[in-house]
Design a binder for this molecule. Structure first.
Ligand SMILES: [Zn+2]
Length: 177
């Protein structure tokens, strides 16, 4: 048997066949439902290499933002330019999202989603960063400005309990002890 028979070519990140990546009215490219997707369905799973921040720092100049934080000093990211597009989630932020993170890398629908809807998650539930951004999500509940520290907001910690990335929930719990 040749080694070739065992070689699988797949993108690093899984995206459901019911989704597609296309230009978004919110920003750049977004992830969209191209069919009806039921509540609780897995729409994407972030993949890549587990790297230390020091390793990622040597790659980020070339690759740009493509990583997610796992915990402490570790991220999941692509390491080659040709892997980058296949490693991206493309999920824009919304203050009224229809998908959310479960655990560290799995994104699920929070409600039934209609074909054509953009799949968005609240970045407060996944990010611990240093950015400040004007939000163009268009939701009636739009916060106007979002930051990489929104996970520290008491209102969001309460509203989104159960929807935070594991390492953020761990920080929230530690701060409350
Ligand atoms: Zn918004």
């Amino acid at each position: 048997m040749s080694d070739r028979a065992h070689h699988v070519t797949a993108p690093l990140t899984y995206r459901s066949p019911k989704t597609e990546v296309k230009p978004s009215p919110i920003q750049g490219l977004g992830l969209f439902a191209k069919a009806t997707i039921a509540r609780g369905a897995i729409v994407a799973v972030k993949g890549g290499y587990v790297l230390t921040r020091a390793q990622w720092a040597t790659l980020t100049t070339e690759l740009g933002p493509a990583e997610i934080e796992i915990a402490g000093d570790l991220v999941i990211a692509p390491v080659r330019q040709e892997e980058r597009a296949g490693a991206m989630l493309y999920t824009n932020h919304s203050c009224e999202p229809n998908i959310a993170i479960q655990g560290q890398i799995v994104l699920v629908t929070m409600r039934d989603v209609a074909a054509g809807e953009e799949l968005t998650h609240d970045w407060a539930t996944t990010d611990d960063g240093d950015y400040t951004m004007t939000c163009r999500c268009g939701s009636a509940r739009c916060r106007g400005t979002i930051t990489g520290k929104d996970w520290q907001r008491a209102d969001l910690q309460k509203k989104d309990r159960g929807w935070f990335r594991w390492f953020l929930q761990r920080k929230i719990d530690a701060a409350q002890r």
